[in-house]
Design a protein around this ligand. Structure first.
Ligand code: UDP
Ligand code: MG
Length: 320
């Protein structure tokens, strides 16, 4: 029998949205007759987000607050919410009302039917410009070529994960976290249930990820964190350059010593340069692969520092 859900909401300067979101959630949860805890993760907001969360807590004891000591970023906020959650399923959503509450209801329905993971997909592009669409396609194509895990397009961090899988996720003791990639490591994401939705425009506040910086970070992270392919690319490049250098060297030898023709100086020089470049790249690539692997493992720093507030009288620090 399915019991209760935890709704994890990451908030960074969302004073214009938290109350409305809570209102909509309370409404939906009432209709769906689901027990829930609503965890607002305040990611170092400098506006009245925290104040409003406290106000919500006064009128609704389901509201829990994870208050970060400073801004640690969206991924850290989701992880923190997940770590403090107690529900039989955890729903991750943004605070900005761009993740429709009706979709949360649908995800819960799917979960009750037995789905362990429910992902969402934006039906509409954030930007309808044709160039943007084309760039997005090329971007994801390149990304998936380079990365070993599949990073699906237009799949936001708006999802439901059953407790069983939440416990799997918690086993990843990694600092540099990326949910999308991690799910691909646990299960075959091409087979999980997906709910499609239209994302409305942001009403209050502004996006924290301007100029596609988030996409850039996502791209770099998904390649570097889940793949050592780029490093192998360096090795392949070395092999390629090596072949050219051997070709040039052979040409020089045949021309000069077999056919007895005077060889142009550039060929010999190019051959030497390409050969040494190939050796250097090969060595660098080899070392890089090791450093890449160490890099993936070694940084065991805490992901965030936070105070957990169930009710005003009961603050806990850092998961004690
Ligand atoms: N967010 C966060 N920490 C940050 C940046 C953003 O917790 O450092 C939250 C933000 O409040 C929102 C969600 O993450 O609830 C998504 O951010 P945003 O809407 O700015 O991103 P976009 O939807 O434009 O990609
Ligand atoms: Mg948004």
């Amino acid at each position: 029998m399915k019991k209760n859900v935890s709704i994890v909401i990451s908030c960074y300067n969302e004073e214009g949205n938290v109350k409305e979101l809570h209102h909509q959630l309370a409404d939906m949860l009432g209709k769906a007759k689901v027990d829930a805890e609503i965890i607002f993760v305040n990611d170092g907001s400098v506006d009245r987000t925290l104040l409003f969360c406290h106000e919500l807590q006064k009128i609704d004891k389901r509201v829990k607050i994870v208050n970060f000591t400073k801004n640690f970023g969206h991924e850290a906020a989701m992880i923190a919410g997940m770590e403090y959650s107690k529900g039989d399923a955890v729903i991750f959503m943004d605070a900005d009302l761009q993740n429709p509450v009706s979709v949360v209801g649908k995800m819960i329905e799917e979960w009750k039917k037995g789905e362990k993971i429910v992902l969402t997909r934006r039906r509409n592009y954030v930007n309808n410009n044709i160039i943007y669409k084309l760039c997005t396609k090329v971007f994801y194509f390149g990304l998936n070529m380079l990365s070993e895990v599949r990073i699906p397009k237009a799949m936001p961090d708006f999802r439901l994960i059953d407790r069983e899988y939440v416990e799997f996720l918690k086993k990843f003791d990694e600092r540099d976290v990326m949910f999308r990639g991690m799910l691909s490591l646990i299960t075959d994401v091409s087979k999980v249930k997906i709910v499609e939705y239209d994302s409305p425009e942001r009403v209050a506040g502004e996006t924290k990820y301007k100029f596609g910086l988030r996409s850039m970070k996502l791209a770099i992270d998904s390649v570097l964190q889940f793949s050592v392919r780029p490093l192998y690319l360096v090795v392949w490049l070395a092999v390629f350059v090596g072949i050219i250098s051997v070709g040039l060297g052979t040409y020089v030898i045949i021309e000069r010593f077999i056919l007895g023709n005077p060889t142009p100086g550039y060929a010999a020089i190019m051959s030497a340069i390409t050969f040494s470049t190939a050796v250097i790249l090969f060595a660098l690539g080899g070392i890089g692969i090791y450093i890449g692997k160490i890099h993936l493992e070694v940084k065991k720093r805490p992901l965030y520092f936070a105070e957990y507030i169930e009710s005003k009288s009961n603050p806990r620090k850092n998961g004690e």
